[in-house]
Design a protein around this ligand. Sequence first.
Ligand code: FES
Length: 165
Amino acid sequence: MLSTEETHEIDLEIKKFPYKQSACLEALAIVQHHRGYVSNEALKAVAQYLEMSETELDGIGTFYNLIYRKPVGENVIRICDSVSCWILGYEKIKAKIKNELGIDLGQTTPDNRFTLLPTQCLGTCDHAPALMIGDDLHRDLDENNVVQILKSYQEKRVVKDTIDG
Ligand code: FES
């Protein structure tokens, strides 16, 4: 079942399109924003709200790699594996992340802080290799600065924990 807040936000998106089904991607993104990912139950609720089939909506959701159909960690790392990044050090960066966090592609750290996923070109090939963590783009990566970048996200969480605690 969708929350009042979710339906309100989805309604605002629906108003931008001639057909409510056209807002399906935005609707999935809204649900994901509130819940962290789009569960089967959430997908069903969105499909019913938009009067479309679950299969059709699932096909759209799984096509876009920004829609998560399984639980992900607090920080989703999307590492670019397209050609420029591949040539300029993708494997070394991925290995460094694996070494630092103990996770491979498709995995989440046991503390739920990081999920590592592959992505296609991030549009910054002249600064490859690149990755995104959440909405943040990180470019010109090497084996040293990627470690510092990961640490900065770990520290952010530590600060938040301290404030919350
Ligand atoms: S190939 Fe990685 S940003 Fe384009």
